[in-house]
Structures are given as C-alpha cells and as structure tokens.
Ligand binder design. Structure first.
Ligand code: ARG
Length: 459
C-alpha cells in the first residue's frame, strides 16, 4: 500500500489481511470521474474563499485533469497500492505536484467525498437509464402502431378471457415504463443534494461556499445536516428500488415472450439472431434473452435487500459497512442497462404470428361477456344475464361449437330476450370495437394511447 491516508497515530504497519479486506479500490475505481469532478469543484471553491491561492488551485486542477486522462489511458493497472479511489487520486496528486497535493483534503473528509461521488454517479446513471427506458418505449410504440388491428386473447389466470388488440397489450408495457421513468425522475430530487461541506460528520471550521460547489456540480440544494449527509444512503436505496420495479416489468415482459414463443402458444417467433440453440437437441430454439432478463431480476431485488439490510442497524454517522453500498449499486446499473438494451432489440425484432393469435382469440368463448352485456342492453339485470350466458356456454361446450355456432332458436331457449341482432355481438372484432371507451382495447382508444405516447416520446 502506498503511503496511507491515516498513518500518524499508528505504530504498526497494516497487516496484509486488513489491507485486502478493507480496500474498495477494486470496485470504486469506477467513481474516478465523479471523484475528480468533485475535487475540482472543491478546489475552485477553496481558492475563491482564499483557503488556497489561485495559483495553487490552478496547479491542482491541471493535475486532476491529467490524472483523469491517465486513468482513462489505463495507466493504473495495478491498483493494489491504493485503499480506495480517494486514496488513489490523492496519491497521484502528490506524485505530480508534491506537498501541494496534500492541501486538497482541507475541509473535506472521505465521508462527505464518497457521499458526493455516489450521488453524482447515481444521478448520471439515472439519466442514462431514463434514456434507455425511452428507447424501449419507442420500440413498443412502433410495434403497436404497425400491428394495429391484430387481435389476440387477453388472459386472466392465464386462461383466455376476452379478445384484445395486440397493440393494447404492447401499450400496457408502455404505461408501466412511463411510471418507471416518473419514479426515476422523482428520485432525482432527493439525489440532487450536495453533501460536501459536511466533512467527517460535524461540518468544518473553514468558511466554505457550499452553494458555489453545488452550482458547479449541478446540485439543486446543499444538505442541511452534516450528520445526516454523511450517513444517508436513502438515495441509493431509492435508486435500487426504482431499478427493481423496472426489472420486474421487464421480467413480466420476458415471461410473456417466453410463453408466447413456446410451441403451445406460437404467438411470436424470435428471430434466429436473438435466440440460442441446444448443445444436444438439434431442433431446439431457446428464448435465452427474456429468460436471462427474468433471471437477473432476482439479483437486482437482492441488491435492494442487501443494502436495506446493511443500513438497518447503523448508528450515526459514517460506518465502514456503508462501503458495501457500491457493489449492489454497480451490479444493478449494469444489469438494468443491459436488460433494457436487449429488450428493446427483442421487442423491435419479434415476429408476431397474427393468424395464430387471431385463431386463438376466436376459440374459448371469449365473447361470453359481450353476450351478457347484450342481454343487459335488452333489460336483463347483469347477474341474471351472467347466469344465462353461463348456461349457454355450457351448452355450446357440450355441442363442441363457439357461441356464434349456435342457432338463434337454441339461444332463445335460454332467454327470450335474445334476437337476430345477437350475432353482431359474438365476434372478437366486434367485441373490441365496442370498447373504445378511454383506456379500453377499442381501436379509437388504442390509437389515442399511441398518439399520446408518441407525443410524450417526441415522435
Ligand atoms: N471507501 C470508503 C467507502 O466507500 C470511503 C469512505 C471511507 N471513510 C472512512 N471514514 N474510512 O465508504
């Protein structure tokens, strides 16, 4: 380990076991951009307040820029000499500008520094994730628009329930993702608070200009309590929760694609380029992408639970336990972003087997509710109508036909209210047409959903 950040009061060198166990550089190296941006802002402010000279600040800022380039060029292959990203940057500064490098830590602690880095990171990732969600929404809206008119069964309990437009089904996912975007956007209000200036836990004796740093780094506010600021990881938890909900949505979508691509359903085909084979069964074509998305959802949930559990027993303020926030955070961002990307590709490329869908929508008495509603229109109370139609369905099942395969006389033997016009209520397309109420599966309603969605997406 190159010179520690805390050697003075120690009489022994750190044990290697401690060094390896304590170090976070292996993963927090990812925060180098945030660390350097935060350091530059701190540095400028120290000069503005007369705590550093302008000349000192200029040298430090130049060196910080060089360190960033060094990291990006892969100069730091061996990370073992460093405890964490804060240590690495400070050591690199000292290497470049000598003792001056040690001045940057004035009025700052790793405790407020790491809180700052993680906030900047979460903010950046949230913005990227929102963009990726938007891309997936675009793919859904495009497919919904292309396939307007395609009918398939809608399900409850995975039993055929009522006919719906494929576009309506696709737009349901658009809505889920809308809420995900809104949730992430809202969470940014609580991310976008500057913790720097809290120092270790109690604030600092130096006359800092916290607002100037907040402004430079694009924070809306500065934290109001230094003890809270260094021990708060709510914003990470909230991010992990938002990610978990988004993954849950992707997982449900994945599950449907898995089911729909089975031979039993056959509603969709996954193009070869996005499917995989089996090493033993030559005929297999497997939906690995949606399965993996479904699988990754578990670990993203686990990451949320992991940090909630880490935080639950911590006394104020900073505790080293909190170093454990980073791996779940990084793992979540990686897996969520990758899942959003692959799902956008998959949704864009799925082949919809329209005939199979439409045939399925025509079988299984999916218009039974329509027949009950027809009877209501003829003055029959709904509960009674439901009972009558139940009996008609049973009769049709016994006869082995759909409802429109029954003769008028047959139906009239169950209810004298049934007339010739009943057949207009017994096809899937008519069933859909009658549901143009806002939010329903009728063409008008779905067109409106698509229109609003396109406006929302700037299309
Ligand atoms: N690597 C540490 C973390 O990720 C940085 C903060 C260290 N602070 C301390 N008081 N030891 O949490």
């Amino acid at each position: 380990m190159s010179e520690r950040l805390w050697g003075g009061r120690f009489t022994q060198e750190p044990d290697q076991v401690l060094e390896a166990f304590n170090s976070s550089i292996g993963f927090d190296i990812r925060l180098y951009r945030e660390e350097i941006a935060g350091s530059m802002a701190h540095c400028r402010m120290l000069a503005k307040q007369g705590i550093l000279t302008e000349e000192e600040a200029a040298r430090l800022i130049e060196a910080l820029g060089q360190i960033q380039r060094d990291i990006e060029r892969g100069r730091y292959q061996d990370l073992s000499p460093y405890e964490d990203i804060h240590h690495l940057v400070e050591r690199a500064l000292v290497e470049r500008v000598g003792e001056l490098g040690e001045k940057l830590h004035t009025a700052r602690s790793r405790n407020d520094q790491v809180a700052l880095d993680v906030r900047l990171y979460v903010r950046g990732q949230t913005e990227q994730i929102i963009t990726l969600i938007r891309e997936l929404q675009k793919a859904l809206v495009k497919r919904a628009e292309e396939n307007l008119g395609v009918i398939l069964p809608g399900y409850t309990h995975l039993q055929r329930a009522q006919p719906v437009l494929l576009s309506h089904h696709l737009m349901a996912y658009f809505e889920m993702l809308q809420r995900d975007v809104a949730r992430f956007q809202d969470s940014l209000k609580r991310v976008n608070v500057l913790p720097l200036g809290s120092a270790a836990l109690a604030g600092t004796t130096f006359d800092l200009d916290r607002s100037a740093v907040a402004q430079e780094l694009g924070f809306a506010r500065v934290s109001q309590n230094s003890m809270d600021a260094v021990s708060d990881r709510d914003f990470v938890l909230e991010f992990l929760f938002c990610a978990a909900v988004t993954m849950m949505h992707l997982s449900r979508m994945g599950e449907e694609i898995v089911i729909w691509s089975s031979q039993e359903f056959g509603f969709v085909s996954i193009p070869d380029a996005l499917a995989t084979g089996s090493s033993i069964m030559p005929q297999k074509k497997n939906p690995d992408i949606p399965e993996l998305v479904r699988g990754k959802t578990g670990r993203v949930y686990g990451n949320l639970l992991s940090l909630l559990t880490t935080m639950k027993g911590l006394p104020l303020t900073y505790n080293k336990d909190m170093q454990e926030d980073k791996e779940p955070l990084f793992d979540t961002t990686d897996n969520l972003k990758a899942s959003l990307e692959v799902m956008a590709s998959l949704v864009g490329a799925l082949e919809f087997n329209k005939e199979v869908m439409e045939e399925a929508a025509g079988k299984g008495y999916l218009v039974a509710t329509d027949l009950a509603e027809y009877l209501v229109g003829k003055g029959v109370p709904f509960r009674k109508a439901h009972e009558v139609v139940g009996r008609i369905v049973l009769h049709a099942i016994e006869k082995g036909v759909e409802l429109d395969g029954l003769t008028l006389e047959e139906m009239q033997s169950f209810s004298r209210h049934i007339e010739e016009d009943v057949y207009e209520w017994l096809t899937p397309s008519r069933s859909i047409e009658r549901r143009s109420l806002e939010g329903g599966t009728g063409h008008q309603s779905v067109k409106m959903q698509i229109q609003r969605a396109k406006k929302e997406l700037g299309l």
